[in-house]
Design a binder for this molecule. Structure first.
Ligand SMILES: *[C@@H]1O[C@H](CO)[C@@H](O)[C@H](O)[C@H]1NC(C)=O
Ligand SMILES: *[C@@H]1O[C@H](CO)[C@@H](O)[C@H](O)[C@H]1NC(C)=O
Ligand SMILES: *[C@@H]1O[C@H](CO)[C@@H](O)[C@H](O)[C@H]1NC(C)=O
Length: 177
């Protein structure tokens, strides 16, 4: 009996041994990014984050970025339909919605690159995603009569900060191979 007890404990201790991630890995990873609090809260929003490795944390963060870009895409699409009676504004809103859609696609590509451990490509796609909000802002600036709405400026910042965190995590990943 003592013998089987030993084995039960032995296997329990194996299965509970943290192979990869722990809250500690999350903290270590986020400390190397520019937006620590955003990094921590984003990673903790996913219940699988304590059980994953650094690559898995990068994927979780990219997915947070995809949700964020999608939310802005939906926001712009509905704003365009409801709020304004101004055809120029509608046109620019539509263009912006597209740009945030492209940002989302680019982040989706980055998830695939991470899966294949193509870290340079993953990094490039995150950089592209961070740049699409500029294309939206520039669309507003093209027309002197239009004001860049503060709500969109806030969303621009949000997506850029998420991409900044992801790119730091990916930089660390490619340094490790
Ligand atoms: C990231 O890289 C830095 C500098 O090389 C290192 O100190 C840190 O432990 C790394 N973090 C992770 C999570 O690998
Ligand atoms: C984001 O939008 C794309 C394209 O519409 C969709 O395929 C994807 O499932 C969405 N993802 C999330 C996390 O909302
Ligand atoms: C939109 O503009 C048209 C033409 O100027 C006007 O008839 C209509 O009442 C306006 N609608 C709203 C919701 O302001």
């Amino acid at each position: 009996m003592g013998f089987s007890c030993f084995f039960v404990l032995f296997f329990l201790s194996i299965s509970f041994h943290p192979i990869h991630g722990t809250p500690d890995l999350i903290q270590k990873t986020c400390k190397n990014t520019k937006y620590y609090d955003l990094c921590i809260s984003s990673l903790k929003s996913d219940p699988t984050s304590p059980k994953t490795d650094t690559k898995g944390l990068a994927v979780i963060m990219v997915k947070v970025g995809i949700s964020n870009a999608n939310a802005t895409n939906s926001y712009l699409s509905t704003q365009r339909l409801t709020s304004t009676n101004d055809t120029l504004m509608k046109k620019v809103m539509k263009e912006c919605a597209e740009k945030y859609g492209f940002a989302s696609d680019s982040l989706q590509n980055s998830v695939q690159d991470l899966g294949s451990e193509l870290y340079d490509y993953a990094y490039m796609h995150v950089m592209a995603a961070a740049d699409y909000p500029n294309a939206c802002k520039n669309a507003f600036k093209r027309f002197s009569g239009l004001v860049y709405p503060p709500e969109i400026a806030v969303r621009e910042e949000g997506l850029k900060h998420i991409c900044d965190v992801v790119s730091s995590i990916i930089e660390n990943l490619s340094a490790m191979i």
